[in-house]
Design a protein around this ligand. Structure first.
Ligand SMILES: [Mg+2]
Length: 240
């Protein structure tokens, strides 16, 4: 019997990869408007390199971008002004665009009305992930005690312990829990190793090209597809 459903956030409940690309474009455009002398494409290419090399949680992306560009690009500009303009544009985009698409939200709201326990299992820095939870309004859908963030718990998503802990703290057995996530290894394979039912969100995120070695129990291309699986295969009473 299915008693709990856990969701990953990035590239599952929210198209993080698409969103951050767009936010970075806005940031670069703001920097150019404020005196950065380089083409938008060149700046974006270099910024992509920074993010790949230093990771998405590095907090000096725009400083590093300026360090890497030819000197002439910033010769006539104030570097701090450029960095702050970039950061502001990034955050403004975040305010505007960080939301769950209506069809997914409807499914979550319908799930709240069932007996299923709902949770979040997400990888990343605690405050950053918590901010996403609040901006997406997920705290209205899941119990605060059912939010599991790798940084907060000190266990990564590559470790099945994380999933077992989430099941235990939610009061269900791993076999009664489903995890929905996009990462073939950290979401699919590891949750399966923990004994969960694994649903692979095979969308357009940055891991779309990777394939899990262990086949997932279910594959979806968007969160709404879960509705049919839950009603058809687990008799969860949801509307069509
Ligand atoms: Mg993810």
């Amino acid at each position: 019997m299915l008693r709990a459903v856990f969701f990953d956030i990035d590239d599952t409940l929210f198209s993080t990869t698409e969103f951050s690309q767009h936010a970075r474009e806005k940031a670069v455009e703001a920097m150019i408007r404020n005196g950065l002398q380089i083409s938008r494409e060149e700046a974006l290419r270099e910024l992509r390199g920074v993010v790949e090399e230093f990771g998405s949680n590095d907090d000096r992306h725009f400083n590093r971008l300026l360090d890497r560009l030819p000197r002439a690009a910033t010769a006539e500009a104030n570097r701090t002004l450029l960095v702050v303009a970039g950061v502001m544009a990034y955050h403004e985009t975040k305010w505007k665009e960080l939301h769950i698409i209506p069809a997914s939200r409807r499914l979550l709201e319908d799930l709240v009305r069932t007996d299923l326990k709902l949770g979040i299992i997400t990888s990343g820095l605690t405050n950053k992930q918590m901010e996403k939870i609040l901006r997406l309004g997920l705290q209205k859908v899941v119990h605060p005690k059912h939010i599991f963030i790798t940084d907060q718990l000190g266990i990564a998503k590559s470790n099945p312990k994380l999933y077992r802990l989430a099941a235990r703290r939610t009061g269900v057995k791993p076999a009664e829990a489903m995890h929905v996530g996009d990462h073939p290894l950290n979401d699919v394979q590891t949750s399966k190793r923990a004994g969960f039912i694994a649903t692979w969100h095979h969308g357009s995120g940055k891991y779309a090209w990777l394939k899990p070695d262990t086949p997932p129990d279910h594959i979806i291309n968007n969160v709404e597809e879960l509705r049919g699986i839950l009603t058809g295969q687990y008799s969860v009473p949801l509307g069509a």
